[in-house]
Design a protein around this ligand. Sequence first.
Ligand SMILES: N[C@@H](CCC(=O)N[C@@H](CS)C(=O)NCC(=O)O)C(=O)O
Length: 215
Amino acid sequence: MKLYIYDHCPYCVKARMIFGLKNLPVELVVMLNDDEETPKRLIGQKMAPILQKEDGSAMPESLDIVRYVDKSDGEPLLTGKTNPAINDWLRNVNGYVNKLLLPRVAEAGFAEFATPEARAYFKHKKEANMGSFSELKLHADGLIKKISQDLRDLDKLIVKPNAVNGELSLDDINLFPLLRSLTLVSGISWPSRVTEYRDNMAKQTQVNLLSSVAG
Ligand SMILES: N[C@@H](CCC(=O)N[C@@H](CS)C(=O)NCC(=O)O)C(=O)O
């Protein structure tokens, strides 16, 4: 199967995680960020991730892909209970974290930005929604303090390094992509259990962290 992604995209990381966790082969195709033709041909809109199955049919929506792949061998892995506190934590952090992340993403060495046009497309589209990146960057120090405090709260919720609630669940699929994105940002203080969880999940899911991609 082929998985069409952007490397920076947290939804794409969700889909990548399930292949890695199950150790199933998948061909990753990183689209250029300004390539509208490929996703429109596959699913009728410009959106990633997209799973192309062996029969050629294409499936959008990260969590649909996760469920489909997890069930594909009759031995689902994501059988653990979710914890509403993880969902609440993510909802709070997702309310502000893009202000910190998107200006960094726009400057980092991701394959979807291999041409200047692809990088400019991303910046233009996101700035239209979020305001100018140079303005957002002025708030970086405050946002780094805020996320560092929120990570301290998360530390208390981590049950095991190999599964946030002790047994793999959708909470892991939702939480790890955000932690991976945060590794783009230097200066964050990472509490020990969150660090151990982040590093262990990167290994288990075979999805790289981003410390070396930062621009
Ligand atoms: N509900 C979708 C959301 C996916 C999504 O928002 N993907 C973003 C990239 S992070 C996207 O493709 N946006 C269109 C664009 O980048 O032009 C999912 O879970 O798969």
